[in-house]
Write a protein that binds this ligand. Sequence first.
Ligand code: ADP
Ligand code: MG
Length: 348
Amino acid sequence: MVFVSSTIGKGESPMKMGLSTFGLDSLNSLIFNMHEFDLIKHYFTWTPVPSEVRLSVGDDAAILQIPPHEEFIISVDTLVEGVHFPVATPAHAVGYKALAVNLSDLAAMGAHPRWFTLALTLPAVNQTWLEEFTRGLRELATEHQIFLIGGDTTRGPLSITIQVMGTAPKHQALLRQGAQVGDLILVSGNLGEAAAGLAVIQQRLNLAHEDAADCIQRLNYPSPRVELGCWLRDYATSCMDVSDGLVADLKHLLKRSQVGAKLYHQNIPLSGALHKLNLSTALGLALTGGDDYELLFTLPQQHLEQLKQYQIVNQIKLSVIGEITQQIEQVSLDYPLVNLPDGYNHFQ
Ligand code: ADP
Ligand code: MG
């Protein structure tokens, strides 16, 4: 951490700092192209600073004022190149997605996004890459009015850690806990497209050119359902975002709520691209593929009408995919799909 921040640029020898393993070429490019201080000033010092941010980028830490009657809601996620996104993902998409996956966690809590920090580990300072990365990041940050208050910049294999901070009225955040037997299970958007996009990139799946492009777009640019999450605070009994695959994530919700679930395969929302695949492949992607960043939530049946109104006004796809049952942590599906995680049952 020390070597890119503060110490570099003050003329210390990298060898003296025990950094010989990092390679001098990129170190030199860092020193000669842009001093760390200038880099932070250029890319990460944002304006205008919101009034509740008393101190932002530039000091040792930020100072924030939390609105009265609200609670602070915090989450952090790291994206590592080659692990969480394919090598050679465009920088714009990396910036966008790094924030999107974090906003999705705030959405799942019904939190209003406010501030975030950015810990960036770069193999080298490539200004074209940074320009594009920041453009993607700022695009989504501006859309959701979330403000960058600080971070850290170090050198190493490409990785991005974003910590998001949001607020919600006291005791009203949505939790994974709270689903009741008889509640409807719903999901936003379509499932499985991002997993199909990844499979295309990894040459495990063949799709027509346009469908492949659509799925890769979903992989790179998830849509965090922030407004839906805030609206659901008044109606849903439990909520989470789908990042590791519907069934795997649903099981976390079932465990926290101590209930089970029955899913109807015909209601699982599939995009046009997935509809063209055979049903087992499409359902496999939708139920077990990751990176959807849609909201999965439970709703007492009496709120279905309000939800339908919300759906019409906000033009968002919401699907009732099943029902909460008494069988603790058991997921049953009316389709004989193989390769589902433990605890899955087939019913007719
Ligand atoms: P320190 O050594 O005291 O931790 P740094 O040199 O790491 O300070 O950072 C200086 C200032 O720049 C701090 O306010 C920090 O929050 C901010 N900063 C550093 N890197 C980033 C980044 N990637 N994004 C946003 N702010 C950053
Ligand atoms: Mg620091």
